[in-house]
Design a protein around this ligand. Structure first.
Ligand code: ZN
Length: 409
């Protein structure tokens, strides 16, 4: 599996100038490629191939006076900029023809000097190197100081140097890692991602975003309000923009660290993890948008999925149309819809339910039932050993046939 390892980098003022030059050259080559393909399309000519793009915009362009300065940066950086463009086109075509699922992908856009994120990529061909003195050697840039917050597990295949909106630099390495299956455990968990709590687990655990994260989010909100009151084009506005960018970066970093810890714990303690597929893009169009984005569920479930694959656990999403909230986890009866402020309820069968814990138990049952129903004929190698409770647990009796709309994506 490929994993990313990110570290802060601290280029000297001289190296920052070289990096700015490389960001600029990569941007120009990317935009030249986009322009050439657009012109070819408008003129009714055939699609300019990847090879021809590289020959005309890098090799031949360097020989012209207008683009001679491209020779001042690593050729790999320029080739990787075109590789990004080619990937963007391929994603667009795959999306148009329906080969790529999910949200529609638009045609690539021109890159700007004002973009919040500037990035260049070095591959092995560029011969970047982590030196014995722990600096990162980049061709035509120099030896960068990097804060190695954790060790790289093996030789990286590429490194991307990023400058974010807050003016910080990062070195992001792609590393090929081996799977490290954890010892098997019996417990399985369903997770309900809610609004009152960040997550509620089927074992009754309720996870709330920690105070320091909420405090950072409140500070960001205040700075954003300050910014909105500043006059356009004023020096004070510029200062406020930087403050917001810094506060935003802090919230994002803090949330990511916290989610990493939480997802690692859940994956370690459970053999299988089931979550409701919330289709966050659909939800976020409603008035719940703000809380949805703040909560960052999409990144959290992505972490769970990635870690499950790495540590030999099962991860599955349960269809979002499945009525997990109003179905009684004891008798299976589907009750009436409930307002958001109803936190607990009673089923006619006599069971008393905490709204979110009940939903999490249902998510777990739905995930288990579906894996059991499909397990026999769907890629047996990737399905875990038979579930301990299969056949005896009342939940397992609810297969996909008895409850509509359950599916593991
Ligand atoms: Zn009931």
């Amino acid at each position: 599996m490929q994993l990313r390892y990110n570290y802060r980098a601290y280029p000297t003022p001289g190296q920052q100038i070289e990096l700015a030059r490389a960001f600029g050259c990569a941007r120009v080559v990317f935009n030249d490629g986009l322009r050439l393909r657009r012109q070819a399309r408008e003129a009714g000519e055939k699609y300019v191939s990847d090879g021809e793009l590289s020959r005309r915009l890098i090799t031949e362009a360097k020989a012209t006076p207008e683009r001679a300065w491209l020779g001042e940066v690593s050729a790999v950086v320029l080739q990787q900029a075109l590789a990004d463009l080619n990937t963007a086109y391929r994603n667009f075509f795959a999306s148009v023809t329906g080969k790529r699922k999910g949200r529609k992908v638009a045609l690539p856009r021109f890159r700007s000097r004002k973009d919040n994120r500037q990035a260049i990529r070095f591959t092995k061909n560029a011969r970047f190197k982590v030196l014995d003195n722990s600096r990162l050697r980049l061709p035509k840039i120099g030896d960068l100081a990097v804060r190695w917050s954790r060790t790289l597990p093996s030789d990286p295949s590429s490194v991307t140097i990023i400058k974010d909106a807050a003016g910080r630099y990062f070195a992001s390495f792609v590393v090929q890692t081996k799977d490290e299956p954890l010892p098997e455990t019996d417990s399985e968990v369903g997770i309900d991602l809610g609004l009152t709590h960040f997550a509620v687990l089927s074992d009754g655990t309720k996870v709330t975003a920690p105070k320091f994260l909420r405090r950072a989010a409140r500070k960001l909100k205040r700075l954003q309000q300050d910014l909105s009151r500043k006059q356009k084009g004023s020096a004070n506005r510029k200062k406020a923009v930087v403050k917001v960018a810094r506060a935003h970066a802090r919230v994002v970093d803090t949330r990511r660290d916290w989610q990493h810890k939480l997802s690692t714990t859940i994956i370690r303690e459970n053999q299988a993890v089931y979550v409701e597929d919330l289709c966050v893009t659909g939800l976020s169009r409603t008035r719940l948008a703000k809380s949805v984005h703040d909560a960052g569920w999409a990144s959290f479930t992505a972490m769970l999925e990635c870690k499950a694959a790495r540590y030999g656990r099962t991860f599955a999403r349960v269809d979002r149309f499945f009525p997990s909230t109003r179905m009684c986890s004891d008798c299976g009866r589907i009750n009436n819809k409930m307002a958001l402020n109803v936190r607990s309820w009673d089923c006619p069968c006599g069971s008393h339910h905490d709204r979110d814990v009940n939903a999490a138990i249902n998510v777990r049952a739905a995930g288990q039932a579906d894996l059991n129903a499909r397990g026999a004929h769907v890629r047996p190698a990737s399905v875990p050993a038979a579930h301990r409770e299969a056949g005896t647990h009342p939940d397992a009796a609810r297969s996909t046939r008895s409850v509509e709309g359950i599916s593991v994506l």
